[in-house]
Design a protein around this ligand. Structure first.
Ligand code: PLP
Length: 451
């Protein structure tokens, strides 16, 4: 017999819990998750689903990993908390920072830890502004980001995010944040006359920098593959190399938001590796602990680290959180990285991702499938009303909800952003399970659109 009455729990949830992006209409009949094992999650009714989004794009090594439980329990019993402020540090924090310096882009060798991705965004923006102040250029303060981006929900991170719904109800935004258009290959209309869409989309950054004045722009932030804002948007291959060149030309720092794309998700350790580009600042979260405990952070280039170290004590990098470099979270991250390496999950994401994408590509035969795209174990299937015009269904048609209901009915739990079915299964998901995910999409899309 269940130790709780689900109906009673639902009433208590509705009365007392405010959820992320809260609206009561989303919580009339919530899923209460109670267990997970590998690529599967189980709800309070005892129903088991394939976890199509690895929780929130983060459970890379799958659910129920004893190694992570033991790493947490071991550190909790030895020393549950230690400060990493002024003169203090801890063994797991040192080990993790050192470990990351061998995994990340070659010039990124120093790390600051947060509790998640939004704090990482704020840390990156503050660090970019700090860096330019140390260089005698205090007027370089603006942060440019892209439409359809998502960088988190703090004031600064939501000001950078490129979906107006995240800021409109909380105006005013933090000043100094502006957006350029996403390189969205399926919908970007620029390019032509010998200019590829990728170069044309990147050139929008140059135009924005020149419009604002290069002397006022601190940094450009981009997710290597856009995730939570637009629904898995893979840029053209020539986009990021051109972005890097523009940033270099105008002394603008490049911030790579690898919160979703980090730690093997795309078949490389970090996203910009696909295009041979190195950022000045990297931000990460999610997959670093596979979500077992909260941890995020930033890595900074050697040039930025030198500037932080050279600042006078009275003008120091005055930033930090109680839970920066939490020893339990760092210990879990180390064990998680060991699993990712030991089980070759980065290469596995590349190979299994290619297999999944191959299976999903066949969906493009269906009447309302506009585009199937992805890289590694990150994929998006965009549904449209009309493939010719790429017109979307009207919001009243509730297509996103219908799709999600059909997927769930067949045993796949995932997110539909607008009308893009997003997939980011755990990196340990078996080929048979990936095939089942593809089969479920093949059945669910016509079923959802038939009505
Ligand atoms: C690219 C990106 N950056 C930042 C964040 C914010 O992370 P968090 O929710 O841990 O604050 C997210 C969350 O989905 C994200 O996808």
């Amino acid at each position: 017999m269940s130790p709780y009455d689900t109906a009673v729990q639902v009433v208590a949830d509705q009365a007392h819990l405010l959820h992320p992006q809260h609206h009561p209409s989303d919580h009339l009949d919530p899923q209460i998750w109670v267990a997970g094992e590998g690529a599967l999650i189980t709800n309070s009714a005892g129903q088991t689903f394939l976890d199509g989004l690895s929780g929130m794009w983060n459970v890379h090594v799958g659910h129920g990993r004893r190694e992570l439980v033991e790493a947490a329990a071991g550190q909790l019993s030895r020393l549950a908390f230690a400060s990493s402020y002024i003169g203090d540090t801890s063994l797991p924090a040192i080990a993790l920072a050192e470990r990351l310096s061998t995994l990340l882009y070659p010039t990124i060798n120093a790390f600051f830890f947060t509790s998640g991705g939004a704090e990482a965004s704020d840390s990156a923006f503050k660090t970019a502004r700090f860096f330019w102040k140390t260089q005698g250029r205090p007027e370089k303060i603006k942060i440019i980001s892209r439409t359809l981006s998502y960088h988190g929900s703090t004031m600064a991170a939501s000001s950078a995010s490129g979906v107006p719904a995240f800021w409109e109800v909380f105006e005013p935004r933090v000043p100094g944040f502006l957006h350029i258009e996403s390189p969205y290959p399926y919908r970007f209309a620029g390019g032509g006359d010998g200019v590829t869409p990728g170069i044309a989309a990147a050139n929008l950054l140059e135009e924005a920098i020149l419009r604002e004045g290069p002397e006022t722009v601190a940094a450009f932030i981009a997710e290597p593959i856009q995730g939570g804002g637009g629904g898995v948007i893979v840029p053209p291959a020539d986009y990021f190399p051109r972005i890097r060149a523009i940033c270099d030309q105008y002394d603008v720092l490049l911030i790579s938001d690898d919160v979703i794309t980090g730690f093997g998700r795309t078949g490389r350790w970090f996203g910009l590796e696909h295009w041979g580009v190195e950022p000045d600042i990297v931000q990460f979260a999610k997959g670093i602990t596979s979500g077992y405990v909260p941890l995020g952070g930033i890595g900074v280039s050697d040039r930025i680290k030198a500037a932080i170290d050279a600042a006078p004590a009275g003008r120091r990098w005055m930033h930090g959180f109680t839970y920066s470099a939490h020893p339990v979270c760092c210990a879990v991250a180390l064990a998680n990285l060991q699993i990712i390496e030991g089980e070759d999950l980065v290469e596995r994401a590349a190979q299994h991702g290619a297999h999944l994408l191959g299976r999903l590509k066949a969906l493009e035969q269906l009447e309302h499938v506009g585009e199937v795209r992805g890289l590694g174990l990150l994929a998006g299937v965009e549904i449209v009303a009309d493939r010719e015009t790429k017109a979307r269904f009207p919001a009243e048609a509730g297509v996103g909800k219908r799709l999600r209901a059909e997927l769930t009915r067949r045993g796949l739990y995932t997110r539909v952003l607008g009308e893009v079915i997003c997939l980011a299964p755990p990196l340990i998901t078996s080929v048979a399970q990936l095939d089942r995910i593809a089969d479920i999409l093949h059945e669910s899309i016509p079923a959802a659109l038939a009505r």
